[in-house]
Design a protein around this ligand. Sequence first.
Ligand code: ATP
Length: 235
Amino acid sequence: MNANTTAALNLVNVTLEYPDGDSGTLKALDNVNLAVAAGTITSLVGPSGSGKSSLLAVAATLVRATSGHLAINGIDATPLSDQDRTTLRREEVGIIFQQPNLLASLTALEQLIIGEHLRGTAPRAARPRAMEMLDIVGLSDAASRRPHQLSGGQRQRVNIARALMGEPSVLLVDEPTAALDHERSDSIIRLLWSITREFRVATVMVTHDTEFVPLTDAVATMRDGRLSASELIAS
Ligand SMILES: Nc1ncnc2c1ncn2[C@@H]1O[C@H](COP(=O)(O)OP(=O)(O)OP(=O)(O)O)[C@@H](O)[C@H]1O
């Protein structure tokens, strides 16, 4: 694999095909190359259906590419079994979806602790880090609130804190501001920027809000499954 060894997230010549009709295939990703360094955030833009979600799904190890290579924090995910990919995902990847998929009956603190349970950490051991993460996202006063007692922006902050619990090296974010007004969107993007720096994660953020692209380090554009080389944004 021709990896960019300095990048925490590296996709090399990745193609993803889906069956289409009786005998055809659709290339959701067509020979995509993307390298994202630790501590930087890349916006991923492009029209609907161009392949942005497919790219995130492959980078998250949720979907196996038809061909090409994926490396996360220097680990080549391509030859791994499904079980080893799940372990890699738990240990190295934080995923933030558009709609915070929080459990209605749990407090903000419990949302973070329950994820650690899957990593084999006892609740008591996970609690201090969970409190620290809630503090970092500005929610230390809301630790005991349940989702219906939080605003949309606060729910997204819980989602972000939860994604950081496992100390990921890669953070994949799908339209984090889709359900938020302008002011809340702006503060969520700035939060993502600062945690990317502070935790030295390699972040990819799909966004339709091109006004927020200048707040990121680089922009990559998808079109018909093809990715233009990611361009650095002058600061
Ligand atoms: N599971 C699937 N089976 C078959 N085709 C799929 C599947 N998932 C996505 N596709 C197709 O792959 C292409 C890329 O879709 P994808 O969801 O990655 O685009 P997108 O850029 O994220 O779109 P949007 O901005 O609307 O979310 C589309 O043509 C879509 O119809």
